[in-house]
Design a protein around this ligand. Structure first.
Ligand SMILES: Nc1nc2c(ncn2[C@@H]2O[C@H](COP(=O)(O)OP(=O)(O)OP(=O)(O)O)[C@@H](O)[C@H]2O)c(=O)[nH]1
Ligand SMILES: [Mg+2]
Length: 311
């Protein structure tokens, strides 16, 4: 569905800032001579600094220590490979047994998240990627709430040469989603991307409204693989995690689009998302342009965070 060239490269690039900070801190640790308590405390500190979060840091540390014990490691250097492995394992475990991003089947993606995280921009990026892959795309302007939101999506649609289904500002977002799915059915559109209003996870009525929009997609979505894509801002750190959890609890999310990774050195949040939300990151946003999109690659990310030192 999304022809995303160089996904490993882009993941590496996106992890660049984070891995810079991370490797610098790790470098000092791995240069130590003994595998002692000080080393483990140092490692925990690095993980927290990188925004991996307390719970996931502890889990990661416990599994790395366990393996180090089993392998009778007595100096830090070989721990590097173990750490990389365990990072990859956490990232992959979040995706295990779940439907991934859409492949070739007809798909409807409901895009949700708090205000300003990058939902509408990310929709444009995904639409662009799908168009480049020769897919038919329809956008649904189910953000009827924020002033200018419909126009913003329509402008993207115009640039991309795709259709958009919209109602009046202030209208019922569930009805927009319903109409969009009906139009998609009639036209045989392959990918429907539904934009929703940003909302704070604490606003109960708005979360209820989101359930209704979701219901519309389900009712009118026969024959479509349906996914809920949670957009998170990579620069908001642990706070974003609490917000995301509320969305996940309310409507159940399938995957994450993590935006603004170009603006943070704390990409460890990817691990917290996998470890605590148990949600796989599907896509990452690395800038404001249409091309600044990559499919997330766990292996490349782990390698970028904990590279082998240059020989
Ligand atoms: N640097 C950077 N900026 C991004 C990225 N994705 C989105 N943005 C910017 O984030 C800002 C908000 O983007 P929108 O797409 O309007 O966010 P939204 O979630 O739809 O916002 P609301 O509809 O108001 O809730 C814009 O200035 C985007 O250009 C990204 O990956 N990197
Ligand atoms: Mg928006």
């Amino acid at each position: 569905m999304f022809r995303l060239f160089g996904r490993r490269e882009k993941t590496r690039e996106a992890a660049g800032k984070t891995s810079g900070t991370f490797s610098r801190l790790l470098g000092g640790l791995f240069a130590r001579q003994t595998l002692d308590e000080e080393f483990w405390n140092g490692l925990e500190e690095v993980l927290i600094i990188a925004d991996v979060g307390m719970a996931t840091s502890e889990r990661l540390l416990a599994s790395v220590r366990q393996r180090a014990r089993e392998q009778r490691l007595d100096n830090p250097a070989p721990v590097r490979a173990v750490l990389r492995d365990e990072i990859e394992a956490i990232l992959k475990s979040a995706a295990a047994g779940k439907s991934g991003p859409p492949e070739r089947e007809k798909t409807a993606i409901l895009v949700v998240g708090v205000n300003g995280v990058g939902k509408t921009t990310s929709i444009a990026k995904l639409a662009h990627a799908a168009r480049s892959d020769g897919r038919t795309v329809l956008l649904a302007a189910a953000d009827t709430f924020r002033a200018g939101a419909i126009e913003q999506l329509a402008t993207w649609a115009g640039r991309l040469g795709v259709d958009v289904i919209a109602h009046q500002a202030g209208g019922d977002p569930g009805a927009v989603a319903f109409d969009a799915m009906a139009a998609a059915q009639r036209r045989g559109v392959e990918l429907v991307l539904i934009d929703t209003a940003g909302r704070l996870h604490t606003k109960h009525n708005l979360m209820q409204e989101l359930k209704k929009v979701h219901g519309s997609v389900q009712r009118q979505g026969e024959g479509y693989a349906q996914r809920v894509l949670l957009v998170m801002d990579g620069t908001t750190g642990q706070n974003g995690l609490v917000q995301a959890k509320a969305f996940s609890d309310a409507i159940g999310c399938d995957g994450v689009f993590l935006t603004k990774l170009d603006g943070t050195a704390k990409g460890g949040i990817v691990l917290a998302i996998a470890g605590e939300l148990k949600l796989p990151v599907w896509f990452i946003g690395t800038g404001e342009k249409l091309e600044d999109l990559a499919e997330f690659d766990p292996e490349a990310f782990a390698e970028a965070l904990v590279p082998e030192p240059a020989a």
